[in-house]
Design a protein around this ligand. Structure first.
Ligand code: ZN
Length: 238
């Protein structure tokens, strides 16, 4: 079983009627509900929980962490961010959704600004699969459309991704690297752009397929401290 923890700042759902109508139990619960299946178990954690719900014990028992945040990024203590980062470097997978591009954890893992441009006009987005052989793209098809999204536009201030799996095109003309993978230490990272809180993005079946694929892709192959380098022993005897 792959053990997933879905983390959400859980702020808009309690303070915005429109968001609450789409995600009455919170974005984290919607994601948890569609992820649960034969090979995936899910727990949730939010900003309100003690230690943001991300104790060492929880992280050690998490194969893949999913992160959604928007306006409360700075309320996540650095101590927690560092703990999550260490877990990723050891091998825990992490999936950063939508406005998590500016979360402390994503910026720390990227080492860059992660800045982008945006428009909240409810544009149609056509998400193109540009890496059809990638495990995260399976079952998606050549492209799919989301009729009503927040537009994110290039340039996106990330380091060169290891793989760009999806490219987004918006009816306003912008393009964006909508689905990107990175590796840091033993950990695998997937960034996925759709997921603005006032649109029912996480109810879309193709989006659900992509996130489920990403969980399986990010499931750790190796889970150990890659940072400690013991003294090398001689391989060959003279
Ligand atoms: Zn947004």
């Amino acid at each position: 079983m792959i053990k997933v923890t879905v983390w959400n700042e859980f702020y808009h759902e309690k303070n915005n009627e429109k968001v609450r109508a789409i995600y009455p139990q919170g974005i984290h619960q919607t994601i948890a509900d569609f992820l649960k299946c034969d090979d995936i178990t899910v727990r949730t954690a939010t900003l309100e929980d003690e230690q943001c719900g991300l104790t060492q014990e929880v992280l050690d028992d998490t194969d893949v962490l999913i992160w959604w945040g928007h306006v409360r990024h700075n309320d996540v203590p650095d101590e927690i961010v560092n703990r999550v980062k260490e877990s990723v470097l050891k091998g825990m997978g992490i999936i950063c959704l939508h406005s998590a591009h500016h979360s402390k954890i994503f910026k720390s893992l990227m080492g860059t600004t992660c800045n982008l441009s945006w428009r909240e006009d409810g544009d149609l987005e056509r998400v193109w699969t540009i890496n059809p052989a990638h495990p995260i793209a399976q079952g998606v098809g050549r492209y799919f459309e989301l009729n009503g999204v927040e537009t994110y536009a290039e340039p996106f201030g990330i380091p060169e991704p290891d793989e760009v799996v999806f490219m987004g095109w918006y009816e306003g003309g912008e393009v964006f690297r909508t689905g990107c993978t990175f590796h840091r230490g033993n950990g695998r990272i997937f960034y996925f752009q759709p997921g603005h809180e006032t649109f029912p993005i996480f109810h879309n079946e193709t989006v659900q397929t992509i996130i489920r694929n990403a969980v399986r892709w990010a499931n750790p192959v190796l889970r150990e401290d890659a940072l400690i380098c013991p003294q090398v022993t001689k391989v060959h005897n003279k």
